[in-house]
Design a protein around this ligand. Structure first.
Ligand SMILES: O=C(O)CCC(=O)C(=O)O
Length: 201
């Protein structure tokens, strides 16, 4: 079975979507307008992003967290700076899409992937619930595999177009890992994560 959801002649082809995509994964092309993308990229361009510290090494990706962040050295969630004003409209749009209160979209992680940068297989920190990823700049490919599987045939690849968004919840959130393949050109992602109501400020 070909599990790849990919681009042909610059068109995104989502064939056999319900059977091809892992349960709980929703993909939405054109979640942002070109103007919204341009404004976000302009603000992000002025942020002092830094190379992500990860246990004993530093990643190629440059990042910045708002709301909350995970301290890999202390192995726990720590409060981060408040979401900046320029992220608020996207936070609102996501809350509306998910049908939850805005305050529950509690964390935003901005990541810069320079050409060739990737992100390894992982499951996001368990303190957070739903994950929503926004793509800016270059297209990229995100891969998914069931947690305990190392069979290449189980990998599902989804192409992420600029301005698109995906939701990860349910099985894909908790029972699958995901990774980002080396990006063909400069790409930014904004990963919003929700907290349960009792933990949201
Ligand atoms: O770049 C992306 O869209 C994925 C980001 C991600 O998986 C993460 O930050 O945990």
């Amino acid at each position: 079975m070909d599990n790849t959801v990919n681009r042909t002649n610059n068109q995104l082809i989502l064939f056999d979507t319900p059977r091809s995509l892992p349960n709980g994964l929703v993909y939405k092309p054109d979640f942002l307008t070109r103007d919204e993308e341009e404004i976000l990229l302009a603000y992000i361009g002025n942020l002092p992003l830094f190379h992500a510290p990860y246990r004993e090494y530093t990643a190629n990706r440059r990042i910045m967290n708002f709301g909350w962040s995970f301290d890999f050295r202390k192995n726990r969630l720590v409060p981060g700076p408040e979401l900046p004003t320029f992220l608020k409209p996207v936070q609102y749009k996501i809350a509306k899409w998910l049908g939850i209160e805005k305050r529950r979209v509690a964390e935003a992680l901005i990541t810069e992937y320079s050409k060739g940068t990737q992100l390894g297989w992982h499951v996001d920190n368990e303190s957070f619930e739903t994950i929503v990823g926004i793509s800016l700049g270059s297209w990229s490919r995100i891969r998914f595999r069931p947690l305990r599987s190392r069979n290449k045939n189980d990998i599902i690849t989804l192409e992420l177009e600029p301005r698109s968004a995906y939701i990860m919840q349910g099985q894909v959130r908790w029972e699958w890992q995901h990774s980002v393949m080396p990006v063909p050109d400069l790409r930014y992602s904004i990963t919003f994560r929700t907290l349960p109501p009792q933990l949201s400020k």
